[in-house]
Design a protein around this ligand. Structure first.
Ligand code: LMR
Length: 350
């Protein structure tokens, strides 16, 4: 009798084990996998996607959206693991990690891509774009193509341009209304020669600091101000310790979503196609999300963040643009006449 009971128990345990191994959970919805065969761990393609911003930002959310779409479209064959907040790699080392295929995808701000190829500095030029429509045209047209072509030499492939929005200025020292107001202040910048020059022509100094260290530097008083989108200022609490904000929309913060080229080429063509579809959907979603989030978070910063906010008037903007003119002259030979001409054509269309 005892041995019958043990056999039944063993059978039950065996059945349960078998049941659990073919019952994997879906990381996004916890629904049951439709096709358990596709779910075998050996079959699954892992893409590590590292970034430096918070999860609830246009980039953070778009990365999650892409992960979800990639999983759905490939019936679970691709799992995109998103690592936000510089938890895996920061600005200093994410590019190298991508080239070494330690991670497979990143989405750095354009300024950071300029460390690979100086033509990307084009997108950092102050007031290069006055509205989102011009930015979208640049992404979709010749400028986008030319810039993505530069990545190949570094073993990288550009997959999409994601948006955050226009940058605003903040300071703890004094309101930033005229170009003269910047004199003597110390600003945090992303690592970019154009951004450095942008502050130097205003007689201010600028230090490249990794994004995950900006808050600490404001708190420690080692910088007076910084420039970023409402979304980044809000989610990283960069307004704390700052007294003044100018809605200047003087620069654009967007991202180059890139994948390691050899890794990409190792993927089966049907998977590549599904990932391209997922990326196209995530990108359209990101553009809508970026506009909405920045508007909401700008409203918070304006109304509730204890900042004195100034909206740059068109006349004031003209004075800033005039002050930035030497930056254009200095960087034209570095960026290249061809790209500069394309930008000029875009600017003349508005
Ligand atoms: C920054 O360093 O300010 C930004 O690049 C952060 C980001 O990726 O949005």
């Amino acid at each position: 009798m005892k041995s019958v009971i043990s056999s039944v128990l063993l059978l039950l345990l065996g059945a349960m084990a078998a049941f659990l191994t073919v019952w994997p959970s879906d990381p996004f919805t916890n629904r049951l996998a439709d096709d358990v065969e596709q779910e075998g761990l050996g079959e699954r393609i892992i893409i590590k996607f590292s970034h430096v911003v918070a999860e609830n930002t246009p980039k953070g959310l778009a990365a999650e959206k892409f992960a979800q779409l990639a999983y759905e479209k490939t019936d679970g064959r691709v799992e995109v693991q998103v690592y936000p907040n510089s938890i895996l790699y920061s600005d200093h080392n994410e590019m190298d990690a991508l080239m070494q295929n330690e991670i497979q995808m990143i989405a750095p701000a354009f300024s950071k891509v300029a460390t690979l190829d100086s033509s990307w500095l084009l997108l950092d030029l102050p007031f290069a774009f006055l509205d989102q429509q011009s930015v979208d045209k640049a992404f979709a047209g010749g400028i986008g193509k030319t810039l993505f072509a530069t990545l190949k030499a570094h073993g990288l492939k550009g997959m999409a341009f994601w948006s955050n929005g226009f940058k605003q200025m903040t300071s703890s020292r004094n309101p930033l209304i005229t170009p003269e107001d910047f004199a003597g202040q110390r600003f945090r910048i992303m690592s970019s020669d154009v951004l450095k020059a942008q502050f130097q022509v205003l007689q201010a100094s600028a230090s490249p600091i990794a994004f995950n260290e900006v808050y600490r530097n404001i708190e420690a008083g080692s910088i007076d101000g910084q420039e970023n989108t409402a979304s980044n200022i809000f989610t990283k609490r960069l307004f704390i310790g700052q007294k003044y904000m100018t809605i200047s929309n003087h620069g654009y913060l967007g991202y180059a979503v890139m994948v390691n080229q050899s890794f990409w080429e190792s993927l089966p063509p049907d998977i590549q196609q599904k990932l391209e579809e997922a990326m196209a959907e995530a990108t359209a979603w990101n553009r809508r999300q970026a506009t909405e989030m920045n508007a909401q978070q700008l409203a918070y910063l304006t109304e509730r963040a204890n900042l004195q906010v100034h909206v740059l008037t068109p006349d004031e903007r003209l004075r800033w643009q005039e002050a930035f003119r030497p930056v254009y002259a200095r960087f034209t030979p570095i960026i290249g006449e061809e790209l500069m001409d394309q930008l000029k054509q875009l600017q003349e269309q508005r």
